[in-house]
Design a binder for this molecule. Structure first.
Ligand SMILES: CCCCCCCCCCC/C=C/C(=O)SCCNC(=O)CCNC(=O)[C@H](O)C(C)(C)COP(=O)(O)OP(=O)(O)OC[C@H]1O[C@@H](n2cnc3c(N)ncnc32)[C@H](O)[C@@H]1OP(=O)(O)O
Length: 303
């Protein structure tokens, strides 16, 4: 991912993503409803819809993995590929990330990817999670999260990897890292991302308590930058984007890199160990039991 200056952000580490896209439609381009010219053409994949606007240099990227945009291996992979595609296209300077699923921005890790799965699968899954975080956190593009639904755990991490967050003002749309309530632990790089955003003391409290913040509290603690009525989330995200794009790219990109590189490097240095920790932790019988119980609770809650 070369910057105009020649500085490189995240190394191309993972990636065999194409191999994961069995049966998906990534790369398909189709006219947007009512659209005409190039700027109105959309592309994407089964789970990530991209609506590019060439004139403004901004693409809207919509997560659409119903019912709750759980981060399945396929969704992670498709997100990385869509992001890479936009980054490699010089037309684009910014992405607005939002959800196509009603009431949920992203439910976090797809627990079915780590419940009852073998260690090799869990490792592959976690590497894909690391890869998406690295790519987003160090993206040369401006990323604005238009959070139009609940945003727990991994969903919060996706939002925190963006440069700016706009949250819809609905008490049901809570955001935070609630891992401890599931009996699991946010790894150091998620913790670092939290600390970088809301500071040490607030993170210490929120991480241990597994706090999910309603909009007003999320704003107060600094987890989000704006809370607006639901029907103004997209327009506010666009206004925020304009503010960020008013800054010359090279200066903004180098500053972003300066602010975030040390955090990303920490994971890059320990990526294999982090994967091993994750796998040995989630594959423990006790953790499998509590994840299973949590999933069961979610399923029963429905009826
Ligand atoms: C020292 C070692 C260090 C190693 C550390 C290892 C630990 C790693 C930690 C990694 C960090 C990230 C963790 C996560 O992201 S864990 C996931 C946490 N997510 C949640 O807790 C959210 C759970 N979901 C909800 O609260 C609600 O679903 C939500 C508010 C998002 C939406 O509510 P709604 O009422 O609209 O929808 P339902 O609850 O009815 O759900 C619909 C169906 O979706 C299923 N579902 C929901 N969430 C998930 C999920 N995360 N994964 C898989 N499936 C999910 C739910 O069961 C329903 O399914 P059915 O239709 O089959 O009933």
């Amino acid at each position: 991912m070369a910057l105009a200056s020649g500085v490189r952000f995240a190394p191309r580490a993972l990636l065999r993503p194409w191999a994961l896209l069995r049966g998906t439609t990534l790369g398909r381009t189709e006219p947007a409803a009512g659209g005409g010219g190039d700027g109105a053409r959309r592309f994407g994949s089964q789970r990530v819809l991209v609506e590019p606007d060439a004139a403004s240099g901004v693409a809207v990227m919509k997560l659409r993995n119903p019912p709750v945009n759980a981060l399945s291996l396929e969704l992670l992979t498709e997100l990385v590929i869509s992001l890479e595609k936009l980054e490699n296209d010089k037309t684009f300077r910014g992405i607005i990330l939002t959800s196509d699923c009603p009431r949920v921005f992203c439910a976090g890790l797809d627990l079915t990817e780590i419940c009852g799965r073998n260690p090799a699968h869990c490792a592959e899954y976690w590497k894909a999670m690391q890869e998406l975080w690295l790519r987003m956190y160090l993206s040369s593009l401006v990323l604005v999260a238009a959070i139009n639904g609940a945003c727990p755990a991994g969903g919060c991490i996706i939002a925190l990897s963006c440069d700016c967050r706009v949250l819809a003002d609905n008490p049901k749309y809570r955001i935070g890292l609630n891992e401890t309530l599931l009996g699991i632990i946010a790894p150091f790089w998620l913790k670092d991302t939290y600390v970088n955003t809301i500071g040490h003391r607030a993170s210490e409290q929120a991480l241990q308590l597994g706090s999910l913040f309603p909009p007003a509290e999320a704003l107060q603690v600094g987890l989000v930058d704006q809370v607006v009525p639901e029907d103004q989330v997209q327009s506010t995200a666009l206004s925020e984007m304009a503010r960020w794009l008013a800054v010359p790219d090279h200066a903004r990109q180098l500053t972003k890199n300066m602010m975030r590189k040390a955090t990303a490097d920490r994971l890059l240095r320990q990526r294999d160990a982090d994967t091993q920790n994750f796998v040995s932790f989630v594959c423990r019988d006790s953790i499998q039991k509590s994840l299973q119980a949590y999933l069961e609770k979610l399923r029963q809650r429905k009826g």
